[in-house]
Ligand binder design. Structure first.
Ligand code: NOJ
Length: 480
């Protein structure tokens, strides 16, 4: 039995494209995911997010579910093309504004604090047609969008997340074709957009800091997927491979914002530079950040938004050129990885390695100037079922690891969030992979939701503020 410190707020999370549906309601324009889902073969099970959980219609039931859990925070995201159908701030959708006002007001009326993500991967297609995140002008477009958000909702939203998991959509969407917009320009596009993403994030933060913070009194920061990477063995070479993998995985975004020096991590600059030269590029495929840009980006996050699911192991011993496309983000690291212990999850990115989360938290403390850490995602993906004992076991072990990070490593953690409130559209895996602690019935027109065993378990944890590994949650048949 372990007590959860009083300062930890419990939360559940979701994202607009994954739950809202209503892809063409009112004046909403298509996002890059609406476009991507139409490509044959893009989504593994052939589903899409056009309707998904229908939260646009049934958000009140979502609020009831959050209330049932007893958590004090709900993290959701705002759909840029729902609010700004042209992508630009020339036209603000009345219906889009009304939807988010209703959601935010509903949460507050029920004593739940709203945490809003500005960008959780659903870029307006119109902006993608202009290059999307590869166009440097997007930093200003994003700042304009952020201004609209602060003006409309900042009187009630006190925690803003600018970008969710930038590395993931940059690598999978620009470097590969797993995610929208499927540019598949490995080794080039993911680095180009990294720079633009950092500048866009920094602009949104500076805007809040200069013009809104004093009146709205909230906080603004970034959320970075902070999975853990470690050497395959204890050999010095493997240890270095693990460290450099961490620089590529997390440091590319965290170092420019949170480190004292600022800028991209030394190892990423070196490795991409060396490979680029060998491959005949006249300059590094990793763009340069000017001294002015380094300064502008440094220190622009009021907290470290931390998402965590898994740990991978790296070595250079068995790496051979040609294992990965050349050039590519994976190839630039000059190492291969292995995955261990991900069963019984249905996806390789929920591993049963809780100590990896503890080490990732410590890595953030040590490499990012000991920031306030808000854990904004941690969760388990399976193929469904309401008696989800494996999910409970995963969450129990990961929360236990978080408590070690707090008590032993003295990490400054203030929020713990379960991904996700309910089963939803899991990007390229479609509706078949489920992360919810509520089950969503996609056969039902009204998308009835049922609490899984894990929802009862989490509710008990939140009410008792005690982690009891022996506690057996009993499921009742309830419908929302
Ligand atoms: C991270 C992403 O932010 C979220 O959208 C996704 O569903 C989860 N990981 C699970 O894969």
């Amino acid at each position: 039995m372990r007590k959860i410190p009083d300062n930890i707020k419990f939360a559940v999370a979701s994202a607009a494209y994954q739950i809202e549906g209503a892809w063409n309601a009112a004046d909403k324009s298509p996002s890059i995911w609406d476009t991507f889902c139409q490509k044959p073969g893009a989504i593994m099970d052939g589903t899409n997010g056009e309707d998904t959980c229908k939260s646009y219609e049934y958000y009140k039931r979502d609020i009831e579910m959050i209330k049932f859990l007893g958590v004090s925070v709900y993290r959701f995201s705002i759909s840029w093309p729902r609010l700004l159908p042209d992508g630009f701030a020339n036209k603000i959708s009345k219906e889009g504004t009304e939807y988010y006002n209703n959601l935010i007001n509903g949460l507050i009326e029920n004593g739940i604090e709203p945490v809003a993500t500005m960008y959780h991967w659903d870029l307006p297609q119109k902006l993608q047609d202009l290059g999307g995140w590869a166009n440097p002008d997007i930093a200003v477009w994003f700042e304009d969008y952020a201004r609209v958000l602060y003006e409309l909702f900042g009187d009630r939203v006190k925690t803003w997340i600018t970008l969710n998991e930038p590395k993931q959509f940059a690598v999978f969407g620009y470097g590969m074709s797993r995610f929208a917009p499927a540019l598949n320009m490995g080794g080039i596009a993911e680095y180009l957009v990294a720079k633009n993403l950092l500048l866009a994030h920094a602009r949104a933060w500076h805007l809040y800091d200069k013009e809104f913070r004093s009146t709205q009194k909230g906080v603004c920061g970034i959320t970075i997927a902070t999975d853990y990477r470690e050497g395959e063995t204890d050999s010095p070479d493997d240890v270095i491979a693990g460290k450099e993998a961490m620089d590529f995985e997390v440091g590319l975004y965290s170092h420019p914002i949170f480190s004292t020096a600022g800028g991209f991590p030394e190892s990423v600059i070196r490795l991409v530079g060396q490979k680029s030269a060998k491959q005949g590029y006249p300059r590094s495929r990793l763009p340069e950040l000017s001294t002015k840009e380094i300064k502008f980006i440094k220190g622009t996050s009021d907290f470290y938004g931390f998402n965590h699911y898994s740990t991978k192991f790296f070595t250079r011993n068995t790496y051979k050129q040609g294992m990965f496309p050349v050039p590519s983000y994976d190839d630039d690291l000059d190492a291969v990885f292995s995955i261990k212990d991900y069963k019984p999850a249905a996806v390789i990115h929920s591993t049963a390695i809780p100590w990896g989360m503890r080490k990732a938290l410590k890595w953030v403390k040590d490499n990012c100037n000991d920031p306030e850490i808000m854990i904004f995602e941690n969760g388990f993906g399976d193929l469904g079922g309401t008696d989800d004992v494996d999910r409970i076991s995963y969450l129990t072990r990961y929360i236990d690891a978080m408590l070690d990070a707090i008590e032993v490593d003295k990490c400054n953690i203030t929020v713990y969030t379960v991904w996700s409130l309910m089963d939803n559209f899991e990007w390229c895996s479609g509706l078949s992979i489920k992360f919810g602690i509520f089950e969503t019935d996609y056969e039902d027109e009204e998308r009835k939701r049922r609490p899984k065993c894990s929802a009862f378990w989490f509710r008990h944890l939140v009410a008792t503020r005690t982690l009891d590994p022996g506690y057996k949650a009993l499921r009742e048949d309830l419908t929302f």
